[in-house]
Design a protein around this ligand. Sequence first.
Ligand SMILES: [Zn+2]
Ligand SMILES: [Zn+2]
Ligand SMILES: [Zn+2]
Length: 274
Amino acid sequence: MKVHFLGTAAAEGFPNVFCRCQTCRDARKAKGRNIRTRSSVVIDDQWRVDYPPDAYYQALRDDVDMSRVNHLLLTHTHYDHLCAGDLLSRIEGFAHGVEQPLNIYGNDLALQQCRTAFSEESGIQQQFNMQRLIPFEAFWIGQTKITPLLADHDPRETCFLFFIEKDGTHLLYGNDSGWFPPATWDWLEGRRVDMAILDCTVGRNGNPKSRNHMSVETVIEVKKRFQAWHEENTKTKIIATHFSHNCGLLYQDLVDILAPYQIEVAYDGLVKHI
Ligand SMILES: [Zn+2]
Ligand SMILES: [Zn+2]
Ligand SMILES: [Zn+2]
């Protein structure tokens, strides 16, 4: 599996263009890996997790052929994860030669937002195929099995994480979430995890079981828990993402903190293979 990180920031971006805090100022000056757009990945050039407001720019920046991406998995509807109106640029006439339809998978709220955005254009419904996800009920894309797990995030909606099993490798897409809910831990327990992408929004907060979003300490604790139940999980690639400027840490600060635990810090444009 190829995992391409298109965005690695929390909701307001890193730096937040409206913000004058020291971290945002430092990030603007340092540039490079300190410039983070809103979180999303593309898997094997054909599926995408989440569609943030930066999706257009991300495709240009990293030379992503979005006409080939025909499966979109949605974790939840926060504005940094779903910018449904932007998907209209994909319809026939606005675009040419796109693989149809776009298959969209998400909770009922996410699909409703998409329907509302698409309803303004007549005759395009067949260009979008929507599938409502139920927690822990696996679905298939070709030979790939995907299980939506429950996140600890926004209690007002059913926020999902995804466990993706493809070609014998296991990927956990784990943001946005705090320390996983018991039902998700129960489902995960005993499984081999080859790569886990984890929420590290808040930086250091001293809490190994941080709620709503994870912290550095929580990511380290998740790694320990994986290792406790499967010896292969000593080799799990853990990648932290979804950073907020409010954590006060630039890219190199995060690397200095997490490298001793063999935890990698994501940045925009990072490509990993498992
Ligand atoms: Zn988010
Ligand atoms: Zn700031
Ligand atoms: Zn969120």
